[in-house]
Design a protein around this ligand. Sequence first.
Ligand SMILES: Cc1cc2nc3c(=O)[nH]c(=O)nc-3n(C[C@H](O)[C@H](O)[C@H](O)COP(=O)(O)O)c2cc1C
Length: 183
Amino acid sequence: MQQRLAWAITGSGHYLRESLAILQTLESVDIFLSKAAAEIIKQYGFQDLIDATGHRVYQDKTASSIPVELFYEGKYHSLVIAPATSNTIAKMAYGFSDSLVTNLFAQAGKTRVHSIVFACDTAPELESEAPRDNVVKVYPRQIDLDNVIKLKAFTHTEVAEDMQQLQQYIMHRLAAVHQMDAE
Ligand SMILES: Cc1cc2nc3c(=O)[nH]c(=O)nc-3n(C[C@H](O)[C@H](O)[C@H](O)COP(=O)(O)O)c2cc1C
């Protein structure tokens, strides 16, 4: 079976546009949306962009996060979570798995599938894109920054600091997967 990349999106407006720009360039991807992501994507007017990727989209509609079964079937070589809200980061850092995206991260960890996470709250002071092309100032709390640091200690997990690093981690990972397939 040709393994695919799982890409999860959470309800973050910050770096949503930039994350989708990277996602658009990739093939063999399935998209997973948190409930908040499904709303935010519409608020920012990015639904057409998601549709245009042609990728299969899984929504967070079940209590047990049924799509995570796909990890146990070996369907995915890697999981990308970008952008990841402070909410999802906090839950993942403390081992919660009570939503589709936190379940994907937990099951990826338990099946030793490599994860790449981009946390939108990575610096004490940020400028963030709001709906309708507005820009707002955001000051992530110490707990938000601490949770990102905590997540960096997880095995099989890379936490990207910015979009360039996210792109770099994804490209390295895809190259490594292709190399393993070729051997
Ligand atoms: C317009 C809008 C933009 C948002 N942007 C962010 C953001 O950049 N970062 C963040 O952590 N939360 C942001 N939120 C809040 C999250 O969507 C909210 O905490 C939600 O419960 C996250 O759920 P999820 O982590 O399951 O996706 C935003 C909410 C709205 C309405």
